[in-house]
Ligand binder design. Structure first.
Ligand SMILES: [Zn+2]
Length: 90
């Protein structure tokens, strides 16, 4: 009789655990939907307005008003190429 009772207890315990797991799965599915929605509505990251000139060697942005004629990042000398201008977006 004692073994039978413990079987019933086990069955009840398993049902409780399954119910808990189903609730957790539902909660995770809702969370996943929210995350997927947030990813979809993400705004376009492309910047507006004229782009900063970039170093032709390392493509790092040249800071506004930089006086040195060499790249801050890689040391490329801008004098060896045509003067860089800010490009306008198309
Ligand atoms: Zn550079």
């Amino acid at each position: 009789m004692a073994a039978r009772r413990s079987n019933d207890d086990e069955g009840r315990e398993l049902r409780v655990r399954v119910t808990e797991l189903e609730a957790r799965v539902r909660w995770l599915e809702q969370k996943l939907k929210k995350v997927a929605f947030a990813v979809k509505v993400k705004p376009d990251p492309s910047p507006k307005g004229p782009q900063r000139p970039r170093c032709p060697s390392c493509f790092g942005e040249v800071p506004k008003g930089q006086r040195e004629r060499v790249c801050l990042y890689c040391g490329f000398s801008f004098d060896v190429v045509a003067p860089i201008k800010a490009r306008r977006p198309r």
